[in-house]
Design a protein around this ligand. Structure first.
Ligand code: ATP
Length: 958
């Protein structure tokens, strides 16, 4: 194996053989941490054996997901692992800065896909191809992804839109139980095997919120309605109605408890999928109301009764077959439930109508027992297939968003895996054909395209031999001659052909194909196709009939007669309708066979896949018994080989899964040139972009960007992590840049850094601008404030000034008045003194008073001066001086008293005149009414007695 993978021959290089052996031994010596290897590309050397050991180690350690380069390998745990699918975990993957750095998980693929949609890098639309054999976990994985998107792609802003989004998601999730009830069945390999392929398109709006979905189904295995292999079952819905119907419904649908139906094998074992209530609830959510549901279940019950109609072989060919015992009752019940005329039903099943000739003459021919059975089965298949298609269309109309409301999508493809049974027929041929196509898409996408591109781009690359399945596809679908073409031709010719004849035709016409084999030991006519996943033997018996999928016209006409509302919708009366049973004579128009219809829908699907960025999840079934903790190496090995995983691992590890055109690369990472500038000085100026020299102009820019990589790698490397510091694997081809995931990550990280810097720069400039604006506004405000304040101050001052002027005027007026009154008062006193007759001594008292006043008025200042000036004079001497100055009569000393100021208060403070005591001098309280104040007296004009008192200090100083 080692030699195969590494392309060496044992003869040519013995030394390398030994070194490889050493490598392997060294690797095997490190077996213990094998389960810790998250990526199979890290297994060294990459061989089936080592990959298998790694997967086994991880499976035993309950680690079910492993990366294999660009693919995710999902091992079926066959046991509930609820902690692996918690909504919290979904959010963790969604919020992780680098989800690929978390443990491998289906959520990490989901998140990566979602981020790709967000990044808007072409192609924006994404697809996830979930493949694997039956029972490997494809449906489970698709369901997980849908739940993941329902959680992460639903963060609408308003409460109302949140409710709408929730309803849509619920409907999308509800489509699962309905489709599984009608399209899944128990097979030998899987209790819940999808008997149809489906492509679910999750529609996202501009904000990457899920706004709706659309489902496209492929190749429902409708034969299962009328024919089930032993130990297998019919579609789940039949068991659900038989087990879950209420008493009333049983009566209505004629399904008594314990009734036996030949199309309902193995009813005794109840599966967890047999939950009628869940299906009904989901149907209700999808807008299928209870009456319509009852109608559907009534028709299904009618089909079950139809299956119980048994015909006895007729001895006379001209007579129609007789019914077996009890069959009459089944015909009646079936006709009742399907609302068909009983006679017509019976007659159509037993008698064939043939139109022939130019006049389209009608001939009626009784059918053989086998033909009757086939016609009965055909009615059931026809009804069920149309019912299933109708359900899908109802689901689509319920979950599909307006075409204008979504812009991008994520497609989930859940197709049946590769099948190889002892007895394979047209169904297996179609399924394996689809798998071949998908494998080719995978190969084309990851392997061939990669290698071819490397060559075209001039990259040095050691090629890996991969398994190209083009030869196999040519054998199946090629033109003009291939298996499909030959089978179709048989249908078109409409001639009776035996299985052996078909085998001979295929073998002779396609003898040159390397993928066609023949099992000589087989007694039954068959041919072998060597698929990429292994050889499969297909029986030719019944192949052409199945491909024709004949629907006799009279059966369709019969169903058009039904009065049942649902059947009337499923079988509208359309006179133009033609079936393939009686192609009119020599008509050479292409016949719409099963294979041609399947091929057309497959091509349509592949077109969609080609226009998207694909992601792959390979589901692996560790054992066919569905047991937990059981890893059967042989079974897993065959699956690993079947899905070409080892080649994928090897190429993904060594190759460059990411390639971006120069133009796109420069557009996205031109920003990184700023880093280059920061790290290595000025960058070359951006050249003018002229269309002629586009490549030439891009080259310097590319180089600038690529030169930043070492620094970015260095920055991204955590200290002590030598792996990440090694030069990043990136190559610049002729038109594209090739790189690994890790380089993309580094570039994206660098880009994010530069964008952050730019954002900071913009923020800084904006803040500066805001600051400057604020400053300007503040200055303006201050200016306005100061202007207003000064205006207010001026106003205030003006007011004060006016007030002061008013006060001044009033004051002046008052002073003048006071002065006038004071002078008048004083003048009055003087006049009074002058008028008092000096001689009148008849009354001594008034005389003394008059003299006293006269003395005070005349000599007071002098007395004061003397009193104050006589600093050396104390006591009585001082009094004498005062008396002398005042010329007070010494003979009547009791008529007055003199108070001398205290030690610290020089001078006389008051003179009291007695006996009346009416004349009292005090410097604070004047006897004068008006002349007791002296606002700013002129220094030379002593105008009042009181003023003299008040101003004595000043006078003293003077
Ligand atoms: N991750 C898982 N965790 C737990 N059980 C799982 C898981 N994946 C699958 N299973 C189990 O395996 C069974 C088969 O899975 P599923 O129906 O998804 O297979 P499939 O590949 O879709 O098969 P088919 O092709 O027949 O439809 C499921 O019913 C479920 O019980």
């Amino acid at each position: 194996i080692l030699f195969q993978v590494n392309g060496h021959s044992p003869d040519s290089d013995v030394q390398s053989e030994e070194s490889l052996r050493e490598d392997l031994q060294e690797f095997l010596g490190r077996e213990a941490p094998l389960h810790q290897l998250d990526d199979l590309t890290k297994v060294n050397p990459v061989t089936l054996e080592t990959v298998l050991r790694c997967l086994q180690a991880r499976y035993m350690a309950d680690t079910f997901y492993t990366n294999a380069g660009c693919t995710l390998v999902a091992l079926n745990p066959f046991k509930p692992v609820p902690q692996l699918y918690l909504p919290e975990l979904m959010r963790e993957y969604h919020a992780a800065p680098q989800p690929q750095k978390l443990k491998p998980h289906v959520f990490s693929v989901g998140e990566q896909t979602y981020r790709n949609v967000k990044s808007l890098i072409e192609p924006v639309n994404q697809s996830i191809v979930v493949s694997g054999e039956s029972g490997a976990g494809k449906t489970w994985t698709s369901r997980c992804l849908m739940k993941f998107y329902a959680v992460v792609a639903a963060s609408p802003t308003s409460w109302e839109s949140h409710k709408i989004a929730e309803r849509i998601e619920q409907r999308i999730l509800n489509s699962n139980p309905v489709m599984e009830a009608f399209g899944n069945a128990r097979t030998l390999r899987n209790n819940n095997s999808s008997r149809f392929g489906k492509f679910i398109q999750l529609q996202l709006n501009r904000a990457q919120q899920m706004t709706g979905a659309a489902v496209q189904t492929y190749l429902l295995e409708k034969t299962r309605v009328a024919c089930q292999a032993s130990s297998e079952r019919n579609f789940h819905i039949f068991y659900q109605i038989c087990k879950g119907a209420s008493e009333d419904e049983r009566l209505q649908w004629h399904l008594p408890k314990g009734a036996a139906f030949s199309w309902l094998p193995n009813p005794e074992r109840t599966l967890e999928e047999d939950c009628f209530e869940v299906t009904r609830e989901a149907m209700l959510h999808l807008g299928i109301d209870t009456p319509t549901q009852n109608n559907i279940f009534k028709v299904l019950a009618g089909l079950l009764h139809l299956g119980n109609i048994r015909f006895a072989d007729s001895e006379d060919e001209a007579q129609p077959c007789q019914l077996m015992d009890n069959a009459k009752c089944s015909v009646r019940t079936s006709a009742l439930l399907l609302q068909l005329p009983e006679d017509m039903l019976l007659e159509t099943l037993r008698i064939r109508t043939i139109r022939a000739g130019r006049q389209q003459q009608v001939f009626r021919k009784p059918c053989s027992q086998t033909e009757c059975d086939t016609r009965r089965d055909c009615v059931a298949k026809l009804v069920y297939a149309r019912l299933f298609d109708w359900l899908v269309s109802v689901i689509n109309s319920s979950i599909c968003a307006d075409p204008g409301s979504w812009t991008t999508f994520i497609g989930l493809l859940d197709v049946y895996g590769f099948e190889s049974f002892p007895d394979n027929s047209l169904e297996q041929l179609c399924i394996n054909y689809a798998n071949e196509k998908l494998q080719q898409h995978f190969v084309a996408h990851y392997l061939r395209a990669q290698q071819e591109e490397y060559t075209v781009e001039g990259l040095e690359w050691s090629f890996v031999n991969y398994q190209d399945n083009q030869a196999c596809l040519d054998l199946i679908e090629g033109s003009p001659i291939s298996i499909c073409a030959l089978i179709n031709e048989e249908c078109r010719l409409n001639r009776p052909s035996s299985a052996a004849q078909l085998q001979t035709r295929i073998e002779s016409a396609l003898a040159g194909s390397p993928c066609l084999g023949h099992n000589k030991l087989s007694r039954e006519p068959s041919f072998v196709v060597v698929h990429y996943a292994g050889p499969v033997r297909y029986h030719t018996a019944g192949l052409v009939e199945k491909n024709k999928d004949p629907v006799p016209l009279d059966l369709t006409i019969l169903l058009q007669q039904s009065q049942d509302p649902l059947l009337m919708v499923l079988f509208p009366i359309n006179p133009k309708e033609k079936t393939q049973e009686e192609p009119s004579g020599q008509s050479r128009a292409p016949v719409l066979t099963v294979v041609s219809k399947f091929k057309a829908s497959l091509e349509q699907l592949l077109q969609v896949l080609h226009s998207t960025t694909p992601h792959y999840i390979r589901c692996i079934k560790p054992n066919s018994q569905g047991q937990a903790q059981t890893f059967l190496r042989e079974e897993v090995l065959s699956q690993l080989e079947a899905c070409g995983l080892v080649e994928t691992v090897h190429i993904s590890a060594a190759g460059f899964p990411i390639r971006v055109s120069h133009q796109n690369f420069v557009e996205r990472y031109e920003l990184l040139r700023r880093l280059h500038q920061a790290l290595m000085g000025p960058i070359s100026p951006s050249p003018e972009r002229s269309p002629h020299s586009k490549e030439a102009t891009l080259q310097p820019l590319l180089q600038d960007i690529l030169h930043t990589l070492p620094a970015l790698t260095q920055a991204a490397a955590t200290p002590g992590d030598s792996d990440e510091a090694t030069p990043a694997p990136v190559h610049c081809g002729r038109t594209k840049v090739f790189m690994t995931d890790s380089v993309l990550e580094i570039l994206e990280h660098g880009r994010a850094q530069v964008l952050e810097q730019c954002a900071r720069c913009i923020q800084g400039s904006w803040r500066r601008y805001q600051h400057r604006k604020q400053q300007r506004q503040r200055r303006a405000a201050v200016l306005i404030q100061s202007a207003i304040r000064s205006w207010l101050a001026r106003k205030q001052i003006e007011r004060l000034h006016t007030a002061a002027t008013t006060i001044k005027h009033a004051w002046q007026k008052w002073r003048i008045r006071m002065a006038f009154l004071a002078s008048k008062e004083l003048d009055g006193v003087e006049e009074h003194f002058s008028q008092v007759p000096r001689s009148s001594s008849s009354s001594p008292q008034p005389l003394v008073q008059t003299r006293l006043l006269g003395a005070i008025i005349r000599l007071w200042p002098l007395g004061l001066v003397l009193a104050n000036a006589a600093t050396g004079i104390q006591g009585f001497q001082r009094k004498l001086v005062v008396w002398a100055c005042l010329q007070l009569p010494r003979d009547s000393p009791r008529s007055y008293t003199t108070q001398i100021a205290q030690q610290d208060q020089a001078g006389v403070t008051s003179i009291r005149a007695l006996p009346q005591g009416s004349i009292k001098f005090h410097y604070r309280k004047s006897p004068l009414r008006y002349a007791d104040t002296c606002p700013e007296p002129s220094p030379y004009s002593v105008i009042g007695f009181n003023q003299i008192l008040l101003e004595r200090h000043r006078l003293i100083h003077v």
